[in-house]
Design a protein around this ligand. Structure first.
Ligand code: PMP
Length: 296
């Protein structure tokens, strides 16, 4: 499947209440979501046939829609059920899953109260980019020229399409300069997050991570904070200026797609993936594996 365009695959997509053949899951060009970014989505992963933290993702999706002033026409139980259904229909056990909700094409213009809300869920195989050894070398990040916006500028805590415009621009600039990803500051100049992942900094048993007051408090981030505390690390959430990065030895990103990904460079700041990175990569992969006891 690798390399096939996303609209040319085989399988089933859950679309407005039914499973439709993959290539037929289409929208009209005059869709409000496309013109005005009235669109929210989730990124979640299934491991061994179960979507990790499914209810948390579903609840965030419903909240994100609310922040954009629309309501998904399904409740959390129905959405969870649809996620399980689409995974089964595609015969997948380890997969990435993308629920997405958007306003339709009934009327064109900024107001959209009469535009129907649509909801779809697609799922496909998306293995980790790197083996454990490759991952442990750490990726390189460039600083972004774009800043995460204030919660007074945009609903910053929604997982909404419009908030990814500057992520794509940041990621392109970083990749063009030979880096893997980009680190964004926020509107105040504090260290914020990468283009699709949260960031952590480590010195010994002390872990510090930016306060998520104007960007996503990732579900992986929250999971990893718990796992780190269970393993004797102290975890502090605070506002961090870029200069403070010089105080840390290790750094990693967290996200549903990234899982726990060590970082070796952010601009001129260098890190060496070590004990915290290995411990938390392993702890996270254990946490996402269902039926741990049965597998042993
Ligand atoms: N920030 C951004 C911008 C993201 O796209 C993601 C991925 N959803 C995250 C953080 C991490 O969130 P999560 O751990 O819930 O996947």
């Amino acid at each position: 499947m690798a390399g096939l365009p996303m609209d040319q695959r085989d399988g089933w997509i859950w679309f407005d209440g039914e499973l439709v053949p993959w290539k037929e899951a289409k929208v009209h060009v005059l869709t409000h979501g496309l013109h005005y970014a009235s669109c929210v989505f989730e990124g979640q992963r299934a491991y061994g046939g179960e979507v990790f933290k499914l209810r948390e993702h579903t609840e965030r999706l419903i909240r994100s829609a609310g922040m954009l002033d629309f309501e998904i026409p399904y409740n959390a139980d129905q959405i969870d059920q649809a996620c399980r259904e689409v995974l089964k229909a595609n015969n997948l056990v380890d997969a990435y899953m993308r629920p997405v909700a958007w306003r339709g094409s009934e009327e064109m213009g900024v107001p959209a109260r009469n535009n129907k809300v649509h909801f779809a869920i697609a799922t496909w195989e998306w293995p980790s980019y790197f083996t454990r050894e490759e991952r442990l070398k750490g990726i390189r990040l460039a600083w972004s020229k774009w800043k995460r916006p204030s919660p007074e500028t945009i609903p910053s805590h929604a997982k909404a399409a419009g908030l990814y415009m500057i992520c794509t621009l940041s990621k392109h600039a970083a990749m063009d300069a030979g880096y893997t990803d980009s680190m964004m500051l926020d509107y105040r100049g504090y260290v914020a997050e990468a283009t699709g992942a949260n960031v952590f900094f480590i010195k010994g048993k002390q872990i510090v991570t930016p306060m998520p007051d104007c960007f996503l408090n990732g579900i992986t981030r929250q999971t990893v904070i718990g796992l780190a505390r269970e393993r004797g690390y102290t975890v502090t959430e605070k506002h961090m200026m870029p200069e403070e990065l010089a105080d840390f030895d290790e750094c990693f990103l967290t996200g549903t797609a990234a899982e726990v990904t060590p970082v070796r460079e952010i601009g001129d700041y260098k890190f060496t993936p070590g004990e915290a990175c290995t411990t938390l990569i392993d702890a996270y992969s254990e946490a996402v594996t269902p039926n741990k006891a049965a597998a042993e």
